[in-house]
Design a protein around this ligand. Structure first.
Ligand code: ATP
Length: 215
């Protein structure tokens, strides 16, 4: 499978398909048509067919898609067939919330270690997750084979923390700080800027009302 050729927009829709297929499977459904899928996940059926075509012909005309085989396929593609441990850097308000959330909807991703510099919190366990000092990061990430981290440190130290992460070999950063961090090309960053999202929503509501714009 030429996964490096999959467009970014397609890749971002895969978890949406996966979640809905999971729901269908749990409900005991054996097949789903692309129209049905389109209605449920709010992506038009032509886009769904195009997305799926990147992975080869997964559906049969007049039959739709076999739920279990599609689910198995996405599970594998999204690496949901094995547990991925991730770490959290910066156990402040947002960090605490994410530790508490700990991706309960998914059995296959979990925060297994957290790091901070504040000695009031290092050495404690928060929401079942041990909090280590940043000085122990390299050791812990190596032992736990963690390559992905969630960054929730204050913005002014985000780049400095990122540099440390890069140095210890982190491959992916989910950046919750408002700072656009700089990383080498070997490291992938996904930005989740909640303030930005909220401001965009306010802007769109003000400009266009609740009429839906396509993203
Ligand atoms: P937020 O709601 O954004 O998490 P907060 O007010 O709870 O904010 P911040 O001051 O943003 O807390 O700090 C978040 C956490 O990051 C704190 O627990 C702080 O000790 C930790 N922190 C600060 N600097 C670093 C650093 N260089 N490396 C790791 N953790 C850090």
């Amino acid at each position: 499978m030429a996964s490096n050729k999959i467009p970014h927009a397609t890749a971002k829709r895969l978890p949406i398909y996966y979640r809905y297929l999971h729901f269908l499977s749990d409900a005991g459904k054996q097949r789903v048509s692309s129209t049905e899928l389109a209605d449920a996940v709010k992506v038009d059926s032509a886009t769904i067919r195009r997305d799926f075509s990147y992975f080869g012909a997964l559906g049969k005309r007049g039959y739709g898609y076999d739920v279990e085989s599609l689910l198995a396929f996405f599970r594998k593609t999204l690496k949901q067939d094995k547990l991925t441990n991730v770490a959290l850097i910066g156990v402040g308000n947002l960090g605490h919330a994410l530790l508490n959330y700990n991706f309960h909807q998914s059995n296959n991703v979990r925060i297994s270690a957290a790091f901070d510099i504040n000695e009031d919190i290092t050495g404690t366990i928060q929401s079942g997750v041990p909090v280590y000092h940043m000085d122990d990061m390299k050791e812990q990430l190596t032992v736990q084979q963690i390559e992905i981290v969630i960054l929730t440190v204050p913005a002014p130290v985000a780049q400095e923390a990122t540099n440390e992460l890069v140095e210890v070999g982190v491959k992916g950063i989910l950046n919750f700080t408002p700072l656009r961090i700089t990383v080498p090309s070997t490291v992938r960053v996904q930005n989740v800027d909640l303030t930005n999202e909220l401001q965009t929503l306010i802007y769109f509501l003000d400009k266009f009302g609740s009429h839906k714009e396509n993203d």
